[in-house]
Design a protein around this ligand. Structure first.
Ligand code: SF4
Ligand code: MG
Length: 333
């Protein structure tokens, strides 16, 4: 499998009046063709900033790449100019957002918008591009594409607009598709349909997908691998199976516990994680989760835990995994 993306020790900061907010602090991961990586974590953990940095969309307030590397389809885009990025966006990487209206033009027929997007990146005749636009609308399961293509975005339902946006994002056959909370604004049934659609696209086109969400439940069905972010860091990565069935980091375990579970009496139980994430203006020197962790030890506060490998293809940054950790020796967690 070809490597599509490699993010290496990425640091991104916001310069604010109060000082430097270290939003992303040493994030490393990679992604291959046809693979879905879910990046999960609470709001403010740095997942969207990471995604926008890969697009070089410069998240607000103005963010700055402090250090690190982003290799996208063999190019280090940290050094790419805006002009080069305009070519890379769409062709190599494309993004779908929570609100489809951010990238659909309300005054233009949907088919026409798609045709123009295709012609912008591909050297196709108007006729061929129009044909391709209809093919993409079919790919995202829009019914009666010929009539639908002549309609305006407001004539589509929320879920259908989301499909059109996905078609737009696919119009240049990107190697990487980033979906940032793509279903948050939709109701549960439509959410499931959009997730099924992304899964279908992955199978049909072999596009690598980064799925960003605060909801671990959403990723269960489609992620191959999961990266859990906390306070600007990836605290655990593994296959979806490892993360769901053998989570190693106390934060991942807490996130899993916070998933709604339907109890015997059919009431929905939600456990929230007590406490708040650290202030990234002054991040702690030790483990960022220490103030909320029931297992926190002295070393957790004093020293940042490195990544340990609880099993193959599975890493977690937690001192509990150190071979000399007393609870590990006792055969505890
Ligand atoms: Fe908890 Fe320590 Fe592990 Fe951090 S390193 S998650 S504080 S046990
Ligand atoms: Mg976000």
């Amino acid at each position: 499998m070809n490597k599509v993306l490699e993010v290496n020790d990425l640091h991104v900061s916001f310069d604010t009046y109060a000082g430097e907010v270290k939003a992303v602090r040493g994030v490393t991961f990679e992604l291959h063709e046809g693979e879905v990586l879910a990046i999960v974590g609470e709001s403010g953990c740095g997942k969207s900033v990471t995604a926008q940095t890969i697009m070089k969309l410069n998240p607000m307030p103005p963010a700055r790449i402090v250090s690190g590397e982003i290799q996208l389809a063999g190019k280090n885009i940290v050094k790419a100019t805006e002009k080069e990025m305009m070519n890379i966006r769409g062709k190599d990487v494309s993004m779908i957002f929570q609100d489809p209206m951010t990238c659909l033009n309300p005054t233009m027929q949907v088919g026409k918008q798609l045709t123009e997007a295709i012609r912008h990146h591909q050297n196709l005749s108007k006729e061929a591009a129009h044909k391709e636009a209809l093919r993409l609308l079919e790919l995202v399961n829009i019914p009666n594409v010929k009539q639908r293509a002549k309609q305006y975005p407001h004539e589509f339902s929320g879920g259908m607009r989301q499909r059109v946006m996905i078609a737009m994002a696919l119009s240049c056959a990107p190697k990487l598709l980033i979906a940032d909370e793509p279903t948050t604004a939709l109701d549960v049934t439509i959410q499931a349909q959009i997730m099924d659609l992304l899964q279908e696209i992955k199978e049909k086109t072999n596009t690598a997908i980064i799925l960003i969400t605060h909801d671990l439940g959403v990723v269960a069905s489609m992620a191959d691998r999961v990266a859990v972010m906390y306070a600007g860091k990836v605290v655990e990565t593994g296959t979806a199976e490892e993360i769901f069935y053998r989570p190693s980091h106390p934060y991942t375990r807490a996130l899993l516990k916070s998933l709604p579970t339907v109890e015997m009496d059919r009431s929905v139980r939600l456990v929230s994680i007590a406490g708040t994430p650290p202030d990234l203006l002054n991040p702690p020197v030790g483990c960022p989760f220490a103030s909320r962790c029931e297992h926190a030890m002295k070393i957790c506060i004093e020293e940042m835990p490195p990544q340990f490998d609880p099993s193959d293809n599975h890493q977690a940054a937690c001192w509990l995994l150190h071979e000399d950790c007393p609870s590990k020796k006792d055969g505890g967690e």
